[in-house]
Design a protein around this ligand. Structure first.
Ligand code: MG
Length: 303
Protein backbone atom coordinates (compact mmCIF):
# COMPACT_ATOMS: atom_id res chain seq x y z
CA UNK A 1 0.00 0.00 0.00
CA UNK A 2 1.34 3.42 -0.95
CA UNK A 3 1.85 5.89 1.89
CA UNK A 4 -1.24 8.09 2.10
CA UNK A 5 0.40 11.51 1.79
CA UNK A 6 -2.82 13.50 2.08
CA UNK A 7 -3.95 11.79 5.25
CA UNK A 8 -2.98 11.38 8.86
CA UNK A 9 -3.95 8.11 10.46
CA UNK A 10 -4.56 8.49 14.19
CA UNK A 11 -6.38 5.21 14.80
CA UNK A 12 -5.66 2.13 12.64
CA UNK A 13 -9.32 1.80 11.59
CA UNK A 14 -8.98 5.06 9.66
CA UNK A 15 -6.71 3.38 7.12
CA UNK A 16 -9.69 1.28 6.02
CA UNK A 17 -11.59 4.45 5.15
CA UNK A 18 -8.97 5.62 2.65
CA UNK A 19 -7.99 4.72 -0.87
CA UNK A 20 -4.23 4.70 -1.24
CA UNK A 21 -4.24 5.95 -4.81
CA UNK A 22 -6.91 8.62 -4.38
CA UNK A 23 -5.32 11.95 -3.44
CA UNK A 24 -7.02 15.16 -2.38
CA UNK A 25 -7.81 17.05 -5.60
CA UNK A 26 -8.29 20.78 -6.01
CA UNK A 27 -11.32 21.15 -8.29
CA UNK A 28 -11.59 24.95 -8.48
CA UNK A 29 -10.17 28.04 -6.86
CA UNK A 30 -10.45 31.85 -6.80
CA UNK A 31 -13.24 32.15 -4.26
CA UNK A 32 -13.19 34.10 -1.00
CA UNK A 33 -14.83 31.74 1.46
CA UNK A 34 -16.56 28.60 0.28
CA UNK A 35 -19.39 27.13 2.34
CA UNK A 36 -22.69 25.28 2.21
CA UNK A 37 -22.04 22.42 -0.26
CA UNK A 38 -24.99 20.29 -1.39
CA UNK A 39 -24.89 17.39 -3.85
CA UNK A 40 -27.47 16.96 -6.62
CA UNK A 41 -27.08 13.34 -7.71
CA UNK A 42 -29.78 13.79 -10.33
CA UNK A 43 -27.71 16.49 -12.02
CA UNK A 44 -24.25 15.19 -11.15
CA UNK A 45 -23.66 18.63 -9.72
CA UNK A 46 -22.49 20.26 -6.53
CA UNK A 47 -23.79 23.64 -5.41
CA UNK A 48 -21.75 25.63 -2.92
CA UNK A 49 -21.70 29.15 -1.51
CA UNK A 50 -19.01 31.78 -1.76
CA UNK A 51 -20.34 33.62 1.24
CA UNK A 52 -18.65 37.07 1.17
CA UNK A 53 -19.02 37.19 -2.61
CA UNK A 54 -22.79 36.74 -2.28
CA UNK A 55 -22.73 33.93 -4.83
CA UNK A 56 -23.73 30.28 -5.16
CA UNK A 57 -21.62 28.30 -7.61
CA UNK A 58 -22.37 25.09 -9.48
CA UNK A 59 -19.67 22.50 -10.16
CA UNK A 60 -20.00 19.59 -12.59
CA UNK A 61 -17.40 16.96 -13.40
CA UNK A 62 -16.85 17.75 -17.05
CA UNK A 63 -17.84 21.41 -17.06
CA UNK A 64 -16.07 22.96 -14.12
CA UNK A 65 -17.67 25.81 -12.21
CA UNK A 66 -20.40 28.17 -13.33
CA UNK A 67 -22.44 30.79 -11.52
CA UNK A 68 -25.70 29.40 -10.14
CA UNK A 69 -27.07 32.39 -8.24
CA UNK A 70 -25.86 35.95 -7.70
CA UNK A 71 -26.82 37.76 -5.59
CA UNK A 72 -27.54 34.85 -3.31
CA UNK A 73 -28.82 36.69 -0.24
CA UNK A 74 -25.44 35.85 1.26
CA UNK A 75 -26.34 32.18 1.18
CA UNK A 76 -24.51 29.96 3.65
CA UNK A 77 -25.64 26.39 4.37
CA UNK A 78 -27.71 24.31 1.95
CA UNK A 79 -29.51 21.01 1.85
CA UNK A 80 -32.39 19.41 -0.07
CA UNK A 81 -35.81 18.40 1.21
CA UNK A 82 -37.58 15.09 0.60
CA UNK A 83 -38.88 16.38 -2.75
CA UNK A 84 -35.36 17.36 -3.82
CA UNK A 85 -35.94 21.08 -3.46
CA UNK A 86 -33.04 23.29 -2.49
CA UNK A 87 -33.14 24.65 1.07
CA UNK A 88 -30.95 27.70 1.71
CA UNK A 89 -29.81 29.56 4.81
CA UNK A 90 -29.66 33.25 3.93
CA UNK A 91 -27.63 35.61 6.09
CA UNK A 92 -28.89 38.76 4.37
CA UNK A 93 -32.57 37.80 4.36
CA UNK A 94 -32.21 36.29 7.83
CA UNK A 95 -34.33 33.39 6.70
CA UNK A 96 -34.51 29.77 5.61
CA UNK A 97 -35.70 29.68 2.01
CA UNK A 98 -36.89 26.91 -0.28
CA UNK A 99 -36.37 27.04 -4.03
CA UNK A 100 -39.40 25.47 -5.71
CA UNK A 101 -39.08 23.25 -8.74
CA UNK A 102 -40.26 26.12 -10.94
CA UNK A 103 -37.47 28.33 -9.60
CA UNK A 104 -39.62 30.53 -7.37
CA UNK A 105 -38.67 30.98 -3.73
CA UNK A 106 -40.66 30.35 -0.58
CA UNK A 107 -39.58 31.79 2.76
CA UNK A 108 -39.99 28.95 5.27
CA UNK A 109 -38.81 30.68 8.45
CA UNK A 110 -37.81 34.25 9.22
CA UNK A 111 -39.24 34.95 12.68
CA UNK A 112 -39.59 33.23 16.02
CA UNK A 113 -42.26 34.54 18.39
CA UNK A 114 -42.49 37.71 16.31
CA UNK A 115 -38.78 38.54 16.36
CA UNK A 116 -36.47 38.24 13.40
CA UNK A 117 -34.07 35.35 13.18
CA UNK A 118 -30.37 36.25 13.31
CA UNK A 119 -28.72 34.66 10.28
CA UNK A 120 -29.49 30.98 9.68
CA UNK A 121 -26.19 29.21 9.15
CA UNK A 122 -26.57 25.52 8.43
CA UNK A 123 -29.49 23.18 7.85
CA UNK A 124 -30.43 19.53 7.64
CA UNK A 125 -33.65 17.73 6.69
CA UNK A 126 -34.81 14.74 8.71
CA UNK A 127 -36.43 11.71 7.08
CA UNK A 128 -39.86 12.93 8.27
CA UNK A 129 -39.39 16.14 6.25
CA UNK A 130 -38.76 18.41 9.22
CA UNK A 131 -36.06 21.04 8.73
CA UNK A 132 -33.51 21.61 11.50
CA UNK A 133 -31.24 24.65 11.42
CA UNK A 134 -28.87 26.76 13.47
CA UNK A 135 -29.32 30.51 13.90
CA UNK A 136 -26.15 32.16 15.20
CA UNK A 137 -25.52 35.90 14.95
CA UNK A 138 -22.51 35.77 12.62
CA UNK A 139 -24.31 37.25 9.60
CA UNK A 140 -25.59 40.31 11.46
CA UNK A 141 -22.47 41.12 13.48
CA UNK A 142 -20.34 41.94 10.44
CA UNK A 143 -20.87 43.43 7.00
CA UNK A 144 -18.53 40.83 5.49
CA UNK A 145 -20.93 37.90 5.43
CA UNK A 146 -24.23 39.78 5.46
CA UNK A 147 -25.31 43.11 6.86
CA UNK A 148 -24.78 44.36 10.38
CA UNK A 149 -28.11 44.57 12.19
CA UNK A 150 -29.66 44.49 15.62
CA UNK A 151 -29.85 41.06 17.19
CA UNK A 152 -33.42 40.29 18.23
CA UNK A 153 -33.06 36.69 19.38
CA UNK A 154 -30.46 34.57 21.19
CA UNK A 155 -28.56 32.06 19.08
CA UNK A 156 -30.81 29.03 18.98
CA UNK A 157 -31.29 25.76 17.14
CA UNK A 158 -34.73 25.29 15.60
CA UNK A 159 -36.95 22.61 14.12
CA UNK A 160 -39.33 23.67 11.39
CA UNK A 161 -42.33 21.64 10.33
CA UNK A 162 -42.85 22.69 6.70
CA UNK A 163 -46.36 21.23 6.61
CA UNK A 164 -47.77 23.75 9.08
CA UNK A 165 -44.91 26.25 9.31
CA UNK A 166 -44.53 25.77 13.07
CA UNK A 167 -41.06 26.71 14.29
CA UNK A 168 -39.95 25.04 17.52
CA UNK A 169 -36.91 25.97 19.56
CA UNK A 170 -34.97 22.78 20.23
CA UNK A 171 -31.73 24.06 21.82
CA UNK A 172 -31.08 27.32 23.63
CA UNK A 173 -27.72 26.63 25.25
CA UNK A 174 -25.41 27.83 22.46
CA UNK A 175 -23.43 31.02 21.94
CA UNK A 176 -22.83 30.32 18.26
CA UNK A 177 -24.44 27.13 16.92
CA UNK A 178 -23.12 26.27 13.48
CA UNK A 179 -22.88 22.92 11.65
CA UNK A 180 -25.66 20.40 12.15
CA UNK A 181 -26.29 16.77 11.14
CA UNK A 182 -28.05 13.64 12.32
CA UNK A 183 -26.51 10.28 13.07
CA UNK A 184 -27.46 7.63 10.47
CA UNK A 185 -30.33 6.34 12.63
CA UNK A 186 -31.42 9.92 13.48
CA UNK A 187 -31.35 9.12 17.18
CA UNK A 188 -28.60 11.68 17.75
CA UNK A 189 -28.26 15.24 16.49
CA UNK A 190 -24.81 16.79 16.30
CA UNK A 191 -24.39 20.57 16.50
CA UNK A 192 -21.17 22.57 16.39
CA UNK A 193 -20.58 25.30 18.95
CA UNK A 194 -18.33 27.95 17.40
CA UNK A 195 -18.96 30.67 19.94
CA UNK A 196 -19.29 34.42 19.68
CA UNK A 197 -17.82 36.54 16.90
CA UNK A 198 -14.10 37.18 17.35
CA UNK A 199 -14.14 35.52 20.76
CA UNK A 200 -11.23 33.11 20.65
CA UNK A 201 -11.73 32.14 24.27
CA UNK A 202 -15.04 30.50 23.57
CA UNK A 203 -14.98 26.78 24.01
CA UNK A 204 -15.40 25.28 20.55
CA UNK A 205 -16.68 21.77 20.18
CA UNK A 206 -19.22 19.37 18.71
CA UNK A 207 -22.19 18.58 20.92
CA UNK A 208 -24.45 15.55 20.72
CA UNK A 209 -28.13 15.42 21.70
CA UNK A 210 -30.56 12.54 21.95
CA UNK A 211 -33.52 13.07 19.63
CA UNK A 212 -36.78 12.40 21.52
CA UNK A 213 -39.95 11.49 19.61
CA UNK A 214 -38.32 12.85 16.48
CA UNK A 215 -38.91 16.42 17.56
CA UNK A 216 -37.16 17.28 20.82
CA UNK A 217 -33.59 17.18 22.10
CA UNK A 218 -32.33 15.89 25.45
CA UNK A 219 -29.13 14.95 27.23
CA UNK A 220 -26.89 17.48 25.50
CA UNK A 221 -23.22 16.66 25.94
CA UNK A 222 -19.86 17.65 24.50
CA UNK A 223 -18.86 14.91 22.08
CA UNK A 224 -15.53 16.20 20.83
CA UNK A 225 -13.25 19.22 20.95
CA UNK A 226 -11.56 19.77 17.60
CA UNK A 227 -7.83 19.98 18.13
CA UNK A 228 -7.01 22.41 15.29
CA UNK A 229 -9.27 25.35 14.50
CA UNK A 230 -12.94 24.57 14.95
CA UNK A 231 -15.74 22.42 13.63
CA UNK A 232 -17.96 24.44 11.32
CA UNK A 233 -19.86 22.07 9.06
CA UNK A 234 -19.91 18.24 9.10
CA UNK A 235 -21.61 15.12 7.77
CA UNK A 236 -21.85 11.48 8.90
CA UNK A 237 -20.83 8.43 6.94
CA UNK A 238 -22.91 5.26 6.92
CA UNK A 239 -21.01 3.86 9.88
CA UNK A 240 -21.84 6.90 11.98
CA UNK A 241 -18.43 8.54 11.89
CA UNK A 242 -18.49 12.33 11.73
CA UNK A 243 -16.40 14.02 9.06
CA UNK A 244 -15.92 17.58 10.21
CA UNK A 245 -14.25 20.70 8.93
CA UNK A 246 -11.21 21.82 10.92
CA UNK A 247 -8.35 24.28 10.76
CA UNK A 248 -6.00 21.85 9.01
CA UNK A 249 -8.42 19.95 6.82
CA UNK A 250 -11.08 17.39 7.62
CA UNK A 251 -11.12 15.39 10.84
CA UNK A 252 -12.89 12.04 11.12
CA UNK A 253 -14.47 11.54 14.54
CA UNK A 254 -16.06 8.32 15.78
CA UNK A 255 -19.58 8.29 17.20
CA UNK A 256 -17.89 7.99 20.59
CA UNK A 257 -16.04 11.26 20.01
CA UNK A 258 -12.59 9.89 19.23
CA UNK A 259 -10.37 11.43 16.54
CA UNK A 260 -9.68 8.64 14.03
CA UNK A 261 -7.72 10.53 11.41
CA UNK A 262 -7.42 13.53 9.15
CA UNK A 263 -7.71 14.45 5.51
CA UNK A 264 -5.07 17.11 5.09
CA UNK A 265 -6.12 20.18 3.11
CA UNK A 266 -3.80 23.19 2.60
CA UNK A 267 -6.51 25.69 3.58
CA UNK A 268 -8.91 26.14 6.47
CA UNK A 269 -12.01 24.04 5.82
CA UNK A 270 -15.48 25.41 6.56
CA UNK A 271 -17.80 22.70 5.34
CA UNK A 272 -18.11 19.49 3.35
CA UNK A 273 -20.55 16.98 1.93
CA UNK A 274 -20.56 13.52 0.41
CA UNK A 275 -21.43 13.16 -3.26
CA UNK A 276 -20.47 11.41 -6.45
CA UNK A 277 -22.25 8.42 -7.97
CA UNK A 278 -21.90 6.34 -4.78
CA UNK A 279 -21.78 9.14 -2.18
CA UNK A 280 -18.20 8.13 -1.55
CA UNK A 281 -16.58 11.32 -2.79
CA UNK A 282 -16.09 13.95 -0.11
CA UNK A 283 -16.44 17.51 -1.44
CA UNK A 284 -14.56 19.96 0.75
CA UNK A 285 -15.05 23.73 0.95
CA UNK A 286 -11.56 24.99 1.82
CA UNK A 287 -11.66 28.79 2.01
CA UNK A 288 -10.63 29.97 -1.48
CA UNK A 289 -10.89 26.56 -3.14
CA UNK A 290 -13.10 23.54 -3.67
CA UNK A 291 -11.43 20.19 -3.02
CA UNK A 292 -12.56 16.57 -3.27
CA UNK A 293 -11.31 13.15 -2.30
CA UNK A 294 -12.64 9.65 -2.95
CA UNK A 295 -13.03 7.60 0.22
CA UNK A 296 -13.68 3.97 1.04
CA UNK A 297 -16.80 5.04 2.91
CA UNK A 298 -20.17 6.36 1.83
CA UNK A 299 -21.94 9.34 3.26
CA UNK A 300 -25.33 8.94 4.88
CA UNK A 301 -28.14 9.08 2.36
CA UNK A 302 -29.61 12.54 2.53
CA UNK A 303 -32.52 13.90 0.51
MG1 MG B 1 -21.36 27.13 9.09
Amino acid sequence: MLPPIDFEIVEPVFADYLLANAPVEKLATGFRWTEGPVWFADAGALLFSDLPNDTVWRWVEDGGVSKFRQPSGFANGHTRDLQGRLITCSHLRRAVIRTELDGSETVLAERYQGRRLNSPNDVVVKSDGSIWFTDPHFGIMLDYEGLRAEQELPCHVYRLDPTDGVLDLVADTFEGPNGICFSPDERVLYVAETGRVADRETDRHIRAFDVIDGRRLASGRILHKVTVGMADGFRCDEDGNIWTSAGDGVHCISAQGQLLGKVKVPEVVANLTFGGRARSRLFICGSTSLYAVYLNRRGVQVP
